[in-house]
Write a new protein. Structure first.
Length: 589
């Protein structure tokens, strides 16, 4: 029915008056809907747990503050420590973005250890942690929850790689050999640098990759980056180092061969996943838009395929034996297939991802750890001198004859101060300064009700580690985590928590007075705890033990100045020093 203007003019007054009333009602309804939607979208804190009020009143949650902090400092992890400090609470909450559930920050070593060690049925790998790895290496066990039906089979494939037998017989000789090549490289670089410091960060990264490549595939010197760099420098007929930061010497490097470049490119991509707002979306987007990454993935897969075939050829010709992780994994797949009555699949995504995950994780953690240890050698001269002294006392015949202790001798000989030095470096500069978990059921932490699906960041730095712990009453803790039988760790002296002091790890035996290393001297969580703790922990400790011992045996590390001595940190898969320079002189010519 058409309504004409004159009809409106002739309409009853009540009809005309009802129009603004209707409009007002609609406005109220719309406003109420908007308000309800706004209120619904606002962050919802878990009752009782401290949080930033401003973040709870913003649709973006804590994201603006986090983004501003990262823009200014280039890192997120110190913001987490600061959040706990300003609230004076071991448990705080924040929101990563719009419509996000609260994420918890747990800054209490004792509670974190209890969760990781004893509460695996309540807490598992977090959704974010899984999303970081699910794109790049989705068939590796690190990208799986513990109840994933694939998880046990994957762990069975690699379970021998961290046994003492494999580490000592297969991995240790590779560590020793590659460390010797680094010593040769630095001897040449020290001559070229003429008493000036030179950048060693990439050399350490190369060393760690050389070691893990040799352990994973049994690769020869033609694929050894350190050996190729040494040959490259020896091939230069005339060369004068340039001048770098703080007067350091800049020494040229040969470009990586394509296979090595592909490993580095893919490893770098995994590192960028940690900084992505949405790792699940970031990976496919990067693969689609970056030809360099796509080619690196293809080349990485071809490298693994080629090495698998080499291993199979050796086994088929009767040349069996375990020379590498590849050999071990292939033989495990053979045994598993025979037991299950199926054909073995040597090119399964599980084998490819477990092998490459072994490389990425083993190389990055070790490289960061060794970089900090080298940095501390120059910074803390008394610790370096004592370390060299205890090594010479442990191997007096070797010292007299100017020869190095063997890998087996370095492994078997008690060296408490070396262990203390390594652990003190890891305490102050943990390569992985937090562990992520997610509540898989409705549960409790320190008396607070924690809903299923809540993510927790457990700090391995800050309060309790380098800062005084935030007090927590024992009555708030579970009975299973109280007392020396359940929590045997001491606490660090508040007067020197941020100082480099390896002696804090050493105790004297009551009967003999002999010095020994005490792993329970105080809080330490660099490798996590429990069944989902760092898979490569034993490898990292073995590698640092051999490498640091050989470097201190062969070189004196002199102090470096200015920005080169900075403790500025770069975050990726692990935390590493931005500046890692060494000024060395050879001890034994």
């Amino acid at each position: 029915m058409d309504i004409k203007p004159q009809d409106f003019l002739s309409a009853p007054l009540t009809t005309i008056q009802s129009v603004p009333v209707l409009a007002g009602c609609l406005a109220i309804v719309a406003g109420s809907a908007l308000y309800c939607g706004y209120s619904w979208a606002l962050p919802k804190p878990i009752p009782g747990i401290p949080y930033d009020k401003a973040a709870s009143q913003s649709l973006l949650g804590s994201l603006p503050e986090i983004s501003a902090y990262i823009k200014k400092h280039g890192r997120l992890r110190p913001w987490l420590v600061g959040h706990s400090k300003r609230h004076g609470s071991v448990l705080t909450q924040f929101w990563m973005g719009p419509l996000a559930k609260p994420t918890l920050i747990l800054a209490d070593f004792q509670e974190s250890r209890d969760i990781l060690l004893r509460r695996g049925k309540e807490f598992d790998r977090s959704s974010r942690s899984i999303s970081i790895f699910s794109g790049p290496i989705g068939h590796h066990h690190i990208a799986m929850r513990s109840d994933d039906p694939r998880f046990k089979g994957n762990k069975d494939l690699v379970r021998d790689l961290m046994t003492p037998a494999f580490l000592h017989q297969v991995t240790a000789p590779q560590i020793y050999d590659k460390a010797q090549q680094l010593i040769d490289l630095w001897t040449l670089k020290a001559d070229l640098a003429q008493s000036r410091p030179f950048d060693v960060k990439q050399d350490i990264v190369d060393l760690a990759l050389d070691i893990i490549n040799a352990a994973a595939f049994g690769l020869g010197d033609d694929m050894c980056i350190t050996k190729r760099q040494l040959d490259f420098l020896n091939s230069l007929s005339q060369f004068e180092p340039g001048i770098g930061p703080a007067g350091s010497a800049t020494i040229p490097r040969e470009a990586h061969i394509p296979d090595i470049a592909a490993i580095y490119e893919f490893g770098h991509h995994v590192g960028t996943q940690f900084k992505a707002i949405s790792p699940k979306l970031a990976h496919p987007y990067k693969v689609l838009t970056s030809p360099t990454l796509s080619k690196a993935i293809a080349r990485k897969n071809e490298l693994i395929r080629r090495e698998v075939e080499k291993t199979l050829d050796r086994i088929r010709t009767g040349d069996a034996g375990t020379r590498s992780a590849m050999d071990n994994i292939i033989m495990r797949e053979m045994a598993s297939a025979e037991k299950a009555g199926r054909e073995p699949d040597y090119h399964s995504p599980q084998i490819y991802d477990e092998l490459f995950g072994f490389i990425v994780a083993g190389h990055d953690t070790s490289a960061s750890s060794i970089a900090w240890m080298i940095k501390w050698l120059g910074v803390n001269q008394p610790a370096q001198k004592k370390l060299r002294q205890v090594l010479s006392e442990a191997f007096p015949d070797h010292h007299r004859d100017h020869r190095q202790p063997s890998a087996a001798e370095l492994i078997k000989t008690p060296l408490p101060y070396l262990e203390a030095y390594i652990q003190e470096c890891l305490r102050l500069d943990a390569p992985v300064p937090l562990t992520q978990r997610e509540a898989t059921v409705d549960t409790e932490i320190l008396g607070y009700k924690i809903p299923k699906g809540t993510e927790i960041f457990m700090l391995a730095s800050g309060p309790g580690f380098q800062l005084p712990e935030i007090p927590v009453g024992d009555d708030l803790r579970r009975e299973a985590s109280r007392g020396p039988n359940h929590h045997p760790y001491g606490q660090w002296d508040h007067d020197n928590m941020d100082d480099f002091h390896p002696e804090r790890w050493l105790k004297a035996d009551d009967e003999s007075g002999k010095e020994y290393f005490d792993p329970y001297a105080g809080p330490m969580m660099s490798f996590g705890f429990g069944p989902r703790g760092c898979f490569g922990r034993r490898l990292a400790l073995l590698e640092t033990r051999i490498v640091v011992a050989l470097l201190v045996w062969n070189f004196e590390f002199h102090p470096v100045d200015g920005v080169l001595a900075s403790r500025e940190i770069a975050d990726a898969i692990t935390t590493s020093p931005v500046y890692c320079y060494a000024r060395v002189s050879k001890i034994f010519e």
